[in-house]
Design a protein. Structure first.
Length: 91
């Protein structure tokens, strides 16, 4: 059995600037079943909110589930900021 010892490295956690954050919203209005209409994924909140206003105007639906996602990179202290993380695949 191989015992692996990891020394403590004070990584900093940064948002991955090479990947766009993802904003999306889904309409969850409805009594029995939720409406389920989706805004699609956008790189900013603006188009998502615009879609919500339009959907509410068209349907009267007022309750939404918002989703936000972004990518985080662990950076060891020695590595200067701004470098693309090594070993990353294509996105
Ligand atoms: Zn709806």
């Amino acid at each position: 059995m191989i015992r692996r010892v990891f020394r403590y490295v004070p990584f900093t956690i940064e948002q991955d600037q090479t990947a766009e954050p993802e904003y999306a919203v889904r309409c969850v209005s409805g009594d029995d079943a939720e409406c389920g209409a989706e805004s699609g994924t956008h790189s900013g909140p603006g188009p998502v909110e615009e879609w919500q206003r339009k959907h509410t105007q068209e349907t009267g639906h007022r309750r939404y589930r918002r989703n936000f996602g972004d990518y985080a990179v662990m950076r060891p202290p020695a590595e200067p900021a701004g470098l693309t993380p090594a070993g990353g695949g294509t996105t």
